[in-house]
Design a protein. Structure first.
Length: 201
């Protein structure tokens, strides 16, 4: 099955490919000539659906899109859907992370959660949503060279209380096993597998 992925982010596409693989779906990024609508939703689900619907309408093919970000408990869930532009429109990953570290610095609560919602619009136009979460704390300074976004300061709970590595310090397989996007993608994979099995019956 071919799935059009409504993203311009090569990191996201790579992570989805590593979880879904060619066995379930062949992922193709949306052609550069197609413009995606602005992400005007108030939730990750709304933004993911905006992009997946647009890709489906533009191509006529089954499409997926994700919206994801980081939520800080002490900031009432910010940056949330504004994670990619937290330091302003056109901000770099480093600038966004620097702002979040600065805002949490004087606060006692450094709990954060990565959230990802994957939207799937199938060949009939039916819509499905899959959510993944990864809980952790934000380190006071970035460490590691892997990952992207807020990974250099995100210390996940899943690796254990004695493991202080950030997402950017984990091996790719370790990260995909616990990440918000990995969890959402595995939920999508289970859905696609059930559909494929049903068609074979």
């Amino acid at each position: 099955m071919r799935l059009v992925v409504a993203t311009r982010n090569p990191h996201k596409l790579d992570e989805l490919e590593q979880v879904l693989g060619d066995e379930l779906a062949r992922l193709s990024p949306l052609d550069d000539r197609h413009e995606l609508p602005p992400e005007t939703g108030e939730t990750f689900a709304e933004n993911a659906l905006i992009k997946a619907r647009a890709a489906h309408e533009l191509t006529g093919e089954p499409s997926i899109a994700d919206d994801s970000g980081i939520e800080a408990a002490a900031l009432g869930g910010r940056p949330g859907v504004r994670s990619a532009r937290y330091a302003g429109e056109g901000a770099t990953d480093e600038q966004n992370l620097e702002r979040l570290i600065r805002e949490l610095e004087p606060l006692d609560d450094r709990r954060v959660a990565y959230v990802c919602v994957l939207a799937h619009v199938d060949e009939r136009g039916e819509e499905h949503l899959f959510e993944g979460r990864c809980e952790g704390i934000l380190a006071p300074e970035p460490r590691g060279s892997g990952g992207f976004g807020y990974d250099p300061a995100f210390v996940p709970d899943d690796t254990g209380i004695d493991d202080s590595r950030t997402m950017a310090e984990l091996r790719p397989a370790e990260k995909h096993g616990i990440s918000h996007r990995g969890r959402a993608a595995r939920a999508l994979a289970r859905h696609l597998s059930r559909r494929a099995e049903a068609r074979r019956r």
